[in-house]
Design a binder for this molecule. Structure first.
Ligand SMILES: [Zn+2]
Length: 509
C-alpha cells in the first residue's frame, strides 16, 4: 500500500484530536448487528477516555494505555484473563463492540482483551404485555446485574421489581434479586423470555367514613398524587400543626400500605377540629375543602401558588390601575349556553377577556374621585408548578343551585399556557394532567365525588371511588363530571438538562 511519507512519519508522534476519536467511535457504534461480539473495558479507563473526548468542561488529559487490571481476577494465572466476579455493567465495566475495541487498542495499546459472549433476554412487562424489549447481558452476568439492568431500562426502582423466568406465558421461576448466580448457572439462555412484575403502591383505597366523606376522599386523593406534596411528606419533615401531621401520616399510609383501603379517621378528626364547617351533613364542595386545606397546609401550598394581574380602566378619564392577586387555584366560569361541549382554551380566553364591570359593581376612580363604569381585564402573571383549575359548574341563585353539565374538552398531556403568561422571561409553561376530582349528581339529587389519578412513574390512570380502586384508560379521564383539574408543569429547564445527559455507552443499547 502506498502511504505518503509524511503521514507515516507523523502518525508515530501525532495523536488524533479528541473530536476525531469521538466521531470515529460513534460511527463504529452505529449499525451494530445482534451477532456482533463485544469486549470488556474497565469503566475507570473508559471514563477517563470519555472525559478526554467530551467537549464539556474540556482540557482532560489523554489517558494512558487501556488498563483492565482493576476488573481482572489475577488469582487465575493460566490461560485467558478472567473477569472478577460480581461486577456490574456500567459501574465496573462497559461493553464495546469488536470494531470499537480494535480501534481503541490501535490508538492506546495494552488491555488485555476480554471478549464476552452476550445473550439477549426478551423482557415482557406485566404492566404492558404487548411491550417486549431486549435485555443484553453477558452470560457470566449475575441475576443481581440483570435486576439492575432491567430496572435502569424500565425506570422501576429495584425494591419494587420482581423478575420471573417466563415460559409459554407462564411464570416458572422467581429470580432472586440478591443472587450472585450467573445467568448461565440460572439456566437463562439466549432469547429466553423473562417477565417483570412491579409492586405498585399508592393504590390503597380510602374508606368512606359516612356523611360527606366521599368529597374529602376525592380531594385528598388528588393531593396525595401531587408530586411535590408527596415528596415533602414522604421525607422526614418538621410538622407545624396537628392537621399537617395527620395529613402527612395519611399520605405515608397510602403510599406504603399493601392494604386494600385505608381509613382516614385520624385525619378526619383533626380536620373536624381545624375546619368544623366540613364536619356536618351539609354537602360542602371539594373546591371549598381544597382551598381550606391548602390554606392550612402552608408548608406545601407554595407549589400551587400563582398570581393574576387585574387591570381596571376608567374610560372617562383613561385612568389605569393594576392589582396583583395570588391564587392556589383558578376558577374558570363555564358559559351558560346550551352547547354540550366547549374547548378548555375558549373557557380560559373567555375568563381573561376584557369586560365591563356590571352596573352594581362601579369602580371608585382615584382620578375622577367618584364611582365610574370601568372595564376589567385579567392576565395570568405567574403560574405555579402545580396548577389547579376549578371548573365553575355550579350557579347559585337565591332559591336553587344549578349544575352546568357541559363537557369541557381539556388537554391531558399538553396544556401549553406559555402565550397566556405575562411575566415569563421566555420560559415555556407546559402542563400535564395528573389528577381530576369528579362531581356527580345521581338519582334523587344524591351527590357523589370520585377521583381519577395517575401513577406518574408508570404512566397509568386509576379511578378512586372511596375504597374501590380500578385501572382506567386515559381517555375516560375527560368527562362531564370533571370538576377540579390538577396539572403539573413539565419540560422545565432542569428536567431537560437531566434527560440530555446521554453517555456513549447508552447509545449502544
Ligand atoms: Zn376616572
Amino acid at each position: 500500500m502506498a502511504i505518503p511519507n509524511s503521514t507515516a512519519f507523523n502518525s508515530v508522534i501525532r495523536f488524533r484530536s479528541p473530536e476525531e476519536e469521538k466521531r470515529i467511535v460513534s460511527e463504529l457504534t452505529t449499525n451494530l448487528n445482534e451477532g456482533d461480539s463485544y469486549f470488556v473495558i474497565s469503566k475507570r479507563w473508559y471514563t477517563s477516555w470519555q472525559k478526554y473526548i467530551a467537549p464539556i468542561g474540556g482540557g482532560a488529559p489523554r489517558p494512558g494505555p487501556i488498563d483492565n487490571s482493576d476488573i481482572i481476577d489475577d488469582t487465575t494465572s493460566d490461560g485467558d484473563p478472567q473477569l472478577r466476579r460480581y461486577l456490574v455493567e456500567d459501574e465496573d465495566y462497559v461493553l464495546v463492540p469488536h470494531q470499537v475495541w480494535k480501534t481503541l487498542l490501535e490508538w492506546y495499546n495494552v488491555g488485555p482483551p476480554i471478549p464476552m459472549t452476550l445473550i439477549y433476554l426478551l423482557l415482557s412487562d406485566e404492566r404492558n404485555v404487548h411491550n417486549v424489549t431486549d435485555i443484553r447481558l453477558a452470560k457470566e452476568a449475575s441475576i443481581r446485574e440483570l435486576y439492575v439492568k432491567v430496572c435502569a431500562k424500565t425506570g422501576v426502582s429495584l425494591e419494587k421489581a420482581r423478575i420471573w423466568g417466563y415460559l409459554n406465558r407462564r411464570k416458572v421461576k422467581l429470580l432472586n434479586p440478591l443472587s450472585n448466580e450467573s445467568l448461565e448457572e440460572s439456566g437463562l439462555l439466549m432469547d429466553q423470555d423473562i417477565l417483570l412484575e412491579v409492586d405498585e403502591v399508592g393504590l390503597a383505597g380510602l374508606v368512606n367514613l359516612g356523611n360527606t366523606c366521599y368529597m374529602m376522599n376525592s380531594t385528598l386523593r388528588c393531593l396525595a398524587h401531587t408530586p411535590p406534596i408527596l415528596q415533602y411528606f414522604l421525607r422526614d419533615y418538621t410538622h407545624q400543626g396537628e392537621l399537617t401531621k395527620a395529613f402527612g401520616e395519611l399520605l405515608k399510609e397510602l403510599w406504603s400500605s399493601r392494604k386494600k383501603a385505608v381509613a382516614p379517621s385520624f385525619f378526619k378528626t383533626k380536620l373536624d377540629k381545624a375546619a368544623p364547617q366540613f364536619s356536618g351533613h351539609y354537602q360542602y364542595d371539594s373546591h371549598e375543602l381544597l382551598i381550606s386545606l391548602l390554606a392550612r397546609l402552608h408548608e406545601v401550598s407554595d407549589v400551587c401558588q400563582g398570581q393574576c394581574k387585574s387591570t381596571l380602566v376608567c374610560p372617562v378619564c383613561g385612568k389605569i390601575a393594576n392589582t396583583y392577586d395570588s391564587f392556589t387555584s383558578l376558577s374558570l366560569p363555564l358559559p351558560s349556553t346550551r352547547t354540550w361541549s366547549i374547548s378548555f382554551l375558549s373557557c380560559l380566553e373567555n375568563f381573561l377577556a376584557e369586560e365591563p364591570l356590571g352596573p352594581n359593581n362601579m369602580w371608585f376612580c382615584p382620578e375622577c374621585k367618584e364611582k365610574r363604569k370601568a372595564n376589567k381585564k385579567l392576565d395570568l402573571w405567574k403560574l405555579p408548578e402545580i396548577l389547579v383549575l376549578h371548573l365553575k359548574r355550579f350557579r347559585t341563585s337565591k332559591y336553587f343551585v344549578k349544575k352546568i353539565d357541559t363537557f369541557v374538552n381539556f388537554p391531558i398531556n399538553d396544556l401549553d399556557l406559555s402565550k397566556y403568561v405575562k411575566n415569563k422571561n421566555g420560559e415555556s409553561y407546559l402542563y400535564e394532567l395528573y389528577a381530576v376530582s369528579n362531581h356527580y349528581i345521581g338519582p334523587g339529587g344524591v351527590r357523589h365525588y370520585t377521583a381519577y389519578a395517575k401513577l406518574i412513574d408508570y404512566n397509568k390512570w386509576y379511578h378512586f371511588n372511596d375504597s374501590y380502586v380500578s385501572p382506567v384508560n386515559e381517555s375516560v379521564v375527560r368527562s362531564k363530571a370533571a370538576y377540579l383539574l390538577f396539572y403539573r408543569r413539565v419540560g422545565s429547564e432542569t428536567e431537560e438538562a437531566q434527560s440530555s445527559e446521554v453517555s456513549m455507552t447508552d447509545d449502544m443499547d
